[in-house]
Design a protein around this ligand. Sequence first.
Ligand SMILES: [Zn+2]
Length: 186
Amino acid sequence: MKEELQKKLYEKYTRIFEQRTLPMSQTCMCWGIETDSGWYDLIDTLCSQLDAIHKLTGIVTVAIQVKEKFGTLRFYTTSDSDEGELKIDQEDLKVWWGIADACIGEAEDQSAQTCEVCGEYGKLCSKGGWYQTLCKEHAKENGYNYGTKDSQEETSPTDSPAASSEASPEEGDAEGEEVESSSSAG
Ligand SMILES: [Zn+2]
């Protein structure tokens, strides 16, 4: 991600990206946000959601690695909530962690439809063994096959002979109901 955009995220969400200054031996955040700039809005939206959860509940979600893998976003986190800071009951913690996870999952899903270069609508594209989510233009520009992961086009010449129409035979079970006689012991 472009330095200036990364800096913007770091300044906006200092707690989420608090590991950015830690050494390599302690965190993967030392590598920065390892995606292209097209996902800036995606990550910004996600962080604003995590930030809202923090304000509401006191739960801090801390990014430990943010990168692209197999063409989509990976946003790895850990939860850090000081007991004194928590505004919810312990038993509600799991619920809110689930909500934070859902937000992250949604952003990761969205990344599969968002060009990593420009942020426009895109598809998961392939080039050799490489995957990247790209719009049509950037797929072409970078030599990727647009949307090949979906494999919807590509007319394959497999003519299937007339569809065999088999009526599903219903096996009538004519077996009488076995009435297990009641063993009523008086
Ligand atoms: Zn693009």
